[in-house]
Design a protein around this ligand. Structure first.
Ligand SMILES: Cc1cc2nc3c(=O)[nH]c(=O)nc-3n(C[C@H](O)[C@H](O)[C@H](O)COP(=O)(O)O)c2cc1C
Ligand code: SF4
Length: 433
């Protein structure tokens, strides 16, 4: 455990931390003022590129690079969408940031808007987050009354307003193009890419979609500089502070802020206080339910940053760490996962729509004691037909419109490959009805 002073969550639990008065008293909006009053958009993009900030929504794409894809000469309006859908199972960090410090994220939105030339931004928030929606609406009103949003913000000639839009609670509306469709009032069906949102996004205009945590980092980069940010964490390729959500069979589940690259076993043992009843770890899902699980041996000394987790055969994703202890039934866990994905598939692509249902049915057969030996390879076959074979060096084969296909295929494959003996034991021990 390192001596690290929280950055993103430093105001957590302080009375009044969600109000503008509190935020302004604690150096709030300094970064946004700097971006709006002292810098041009290109300067902000260069600064964020130099910081090395990678998107915290799952893919870890470099934020400044993504902003740089917005065409410079466009005559269309440019939009920013803050992805507050927080739909990945095992992930609950964005909600915390909104609850305790909505202004930090709004400040990030002002900085991002300045960078890309956006004058109307959206927060797409998960429908169930009713309290957070009200908090955000109140915070935006506070900004409007303080000339921090609206016409000529901070006395400049830069206009910006923010609209909060509640989703209806579909996992797929966290995927950026499904989200855009939903924001346009349509069914949340992901779009074929290209064109990418930076070229044709909301209302066919250039659009950037960024995650809540990504945006919350920006005020700090503007105030303390790219070098400061770049120096946080063990791996300069993947720097910054990181919010890790730890759940499952641990004594103290919760959100923990630590430097990027903190070791996975350190996070479980020292932050989340270890496994309930001091049981042994069987496996860990490191980055939300879409990330292939790692065995107890594979997590030892594993730095939790984007490149290191990828090299270990999984992904940092949303940093939703789910701990499975020695008592967890891996067949049941896999069935649970498959059911979730079958329920949440938007149904556009045949491999995903049919494949997730087939996986669920096969696994249901196992849990009902009617599994067959050939079903084990059948699971792998169906998974491969949804989302391609796992080859992180080559990427996926992309059989579906959006990465949801891989998000189910990869973890299911990992369950079967790493715990095949449990699937076999299920067949051997469960009586055939
Ligand atoms: C099925 C699926 C669900 C997703 N859910 C979320 C989500 O809830 N929140 C989020 O920020 N990104 C989510 N993403 C990733 C977004 O598509 C997008 O990459 C992200 O919002 C970009 O923000 P960033 O560049 O700041 O990481 C999801 C992706 C997929 C494929
Ligand atoms: S992969 Fe699944 S969720 Fe994604 S577009 Fe196709 S059917 Fe919909």
């Amino acid at each position: 455990m390192t001596a690290f002073k929280p950055i993103l969550t430093r105001h957590l639990g302080q009375p009044g931390s969600s109000t503008i008065d509190y935020y302004l008293l604690n150096e709030g909006y300094r970064g946004a003022r700097k971006a709006v009053l002292e810098m041009d958009g290109a300067g902000v993009i260069d600064l964020v590129k130099a910081s090395g900030l990678q998107g915290r929504g799952g893919a870890g794409f470099p934020t400044g690079v993504k902003w740089g894809f917005i065409p410079k000469d466009t005559r269309k309006p440019v939009y920013l969408i803050n992805n507050a859908d927080e739909s990945e199972p095992g992930t609950f960090k964005d909600r915390l940031l909104i609850n305790h410090n909505p202004h930090q994220m709004i400040e990030g939105m002002i900085i991002a808007s300045k960078a890309i030339g956006c004058h109307l931004a959206f927060i797409y928030i998960r429908g169930e987050f009713v309290k957070e929606t009200r908090l955000l609406e109140a915070a935006i009103e506070e900004c409007r009354s303080n000339n921090i949003l609206g016409k000529g913000i901070f006395g400049s000639d830069f206009d910006l307003d923010i609209i909060v839009h509640r989703g209806a609670g579909a996992y797929i509306c966290g995927e950026e193009t499904g989200l855009i469709e939903s924001l346009e009032g349509k069914r949340g069906w992901p779009r074929i890419k290209p064109p990418f949102p930076a070229i044709e996004g909301y209302l066919s205009s250039p659009t950037v979609v960024n995650n809540v945590e990504t945006l919350a980092n920006l005020p700090h980069i503007l105030v303390h500089g790219a070098k400061w940010f770049h120096s946080i964490g063990a791996n300069p390729e993947s720097p910054g502070p990181k919010l890790y959500c730890i759940s499952g069979r641990v004594k103290k589940p919760g959100v923990y802020e630590a430097p990027m690259g903190t070791h996975l076993d350190d996070l479980i043992e020292n932050y989340a206080r270890g496994v309930i009843d001091d049981r042994l770890i069987k496996a860990v899902i490191p980055g939300g339910s879409s990330a292939p699980l790692l065995t107890a041996e594979e997590i030892v000394g594993l730095p939790m940053d984007f490149p290191s987790v990828k090299a270990a055969g999984s992904m940092l994703g949303s940093a939703g760490i789910i701990v499975l202890d020695e008592t967890v039934d891996m067949v049941q866990a896999c069935y649970n996962l498959a059911r979730f994905y079958a329920h949440e598939s938007c149904g556009q692509c045949t491999p995903c729509r049919e494949g997730t249902t087939w996986l669920t049915k096969i696994l249901e057969r196992f849990t009902a004691g009617r599994g067959r030996m050939e079903d084990i390879d059948l699971i792998l076959d169906v998974a491969d037909n949804i989302g391609g074979l796992i080859d992180f060096s080559k990427g996926s084969f992309g059989k579906t419109i959006c990465p949801f296909g891989e998000a189910v295929a990869w973890p299911v494959r990992a369950f079967v490959e790493k715990f095949r003996h449990e699937f076999e034991a299920y067949i051997a021990t469960e009586a055939v009805a």
